[in-house]
Design a protein around this ligand. Structure first.
Ligand code: ATP
Ligand code: MG
Length: 155
């Protein structure tokens, strides 16, 4: 099947607030603009990631504090995309989800009948990787719809 702009109307941008995901946002918004479409920005609060840390479940207030920080990071990452979309006159819908990031991105993209997923090749982790970050890799391997991976400066 050949893809044309007109088929790529519902664009989902996955963001963790990283530079690569900001670049992904610019590309996703541009594609939505060309197709007269819309963007859905998603940030997933990765609630399982820190669960193995000592004290995570037992130290009073630690879990709540980390959740608050994730929520703040998510809100500002989503607002950044909303602002850029408004600037380009592209409708934008924001989703702050919770869970395993790749599972949530894939689940919500199916529920909303998204046409194209746009995300960074790498994210906020400072670890150098040869190929992809874990979230990017799992989405690419499991997605039934096209995924566009954007290289940030660091990649
Ligand atoms: N929690 C998240 N919510 C939404 N999108 C995310 C999330 N985490 C990552 N992404 C998306 O996936 C892209 C790649 O990030 P990924 O997490 O795969 O790499 P990393 O942070 O460099 O490595 P890792 O997390 O595996 O240590 C990001 O640029 C962003 O688009
Ligand atoms: Mg990451």
């Amino acid at each position: 099947m050949r893809y044309s702009d007109a088929m790529l109307k519902k664009i989902m941008i996955a963001t963790d607030g990283s530079d690569a995901s900001k670049e992904a946002a610019a590309v996703g918004i541009d594609i939505a603009h060309r197709s007269n479409g819309s963007v859905t920005a998603i940030y997933v609060m990765d609630i399982f990631r820190l669960a193995h840390l000592p004290g995570y479940a037992t130290l009073p207030g630690l879990k709540e504090k980390i959740l608050d920080l994730m929520k703040e990071e998510g809100k500002s990452a989503l607002e950044y995309i909303e602002y850029k979309a408004q600037d380009a006159h592209v409708p934008c819908h924001k989703i702050l989800a919770q869970g395993n990031p790749s599972d949530e991105i894939l689940k919500v993209s199916r529920q909303l009948h998204i046409d194209l997923l746009v995300m960074g090749r790498l994210g906020r982790s400072d670890l150098e990787k040869f190929l992809l970050g874990n979230v990017a890799e799992r989405v690419v391997l499991q997605s039934a719809i096209p995924v566009l991976l954007i290289k940030g400066d660091r990649c």
